[in-house]
Design a binder for this molecule. Sequence first.
Ligand code: BJW
Ligand code: ZN
Length: 243
Amino acid sequence: MTPGERARGLLADARRVVVFTGAGVSAESGIPTFRDALTGLWERFDARALATPRAFRTDPALVWGWYEWRRTLVGRAHPNPAHHAVAGIPGAVVVTQNVDDLHERAGSADVVHLHGSLFEPRCADCGEPWPLPTDPADEPEEGRRLPPPRCARCSGPVRPGVVWFGEALPEAALERAVEVAAACDLMLTIGTSGLVYPAAELPHVAARAGAAVIQINPQPTALDPVADVNLHGPAARMLPSLR
Ligand code: BJW
Ligand code: ZN
């Protein structure tokens, strides 16, 4: 049996499926990953200067401008065949590390965001949600600094609603993710390097609870040893071929 045939069999037999995704699932929508050589965001930008609470305190305009540029990129992108194939798995719970909204736009009904969202900024001081402007007139370019807007309640700086290094993941999201990982009979882990914790623990949680784990990734990853089937290829080609 080929790995593809094994994966198709596991998917056809599974009743509770969890789809765990990372930046690679959106790569073919034109959204850069973090750690891929040459094209990854952390190859071109310094994570410590952009994706930590200290970075935002030190240079809020640099950080806000960078995230507004990324929000613009995502806004222009479209879900790819991988997002659509995921949305076509009946009853699947999607647990994503991604801060984009492409799973939702492809039609996935149950999406858990472990690392927040580019579309839910909030006040850095009091936590008040900040309504995003609907007018796309002022679209920032890569590298352009932009002072963050001010909170209507306390006039604190508005920050992106994402989870930076050193910050706790949203409690309810992490709890639900662990719960569904421990209760599934199949986990598909797609397009993640499996290096960032605690998210990377989830395939191990599923495997320890007896679930089968299928990984889809063109490159070897930290999660290879935990996967029962490793499908080496791009998600937008591999996923649709499983159904
Ligand atoms: C394709 C493809 C195609 C390409 N098809 N595939 C244990 C040990 C050591 C350190 C730690 C530890 N536990 C915690 C830590 C610290 C830290 C951490 O994990 N560091 C590691 C890097 C070592 N974790 C944290 O700080 C977390 N918080 C925390 O632990 O809090 C504790 C706490 C508790 C209580 C109170 C206070 C604190 C938070 C982590 C937050 C991560 N944030 C980011 C940025 C989000 C905002 C933004 O977007 O800017 O999240 S970092 C970045 O990495 C982003 C991603 O979600 C995350 C994961 O990356 P992902 O998705 O895997 O992307 P890549 O690029 O790594 O991989 C892409 C993959 O796709 C590759 O494998 C490609 O091959 C593949 N691919 N094309 C399919 N077409
Ligand atoms: Zn406020």
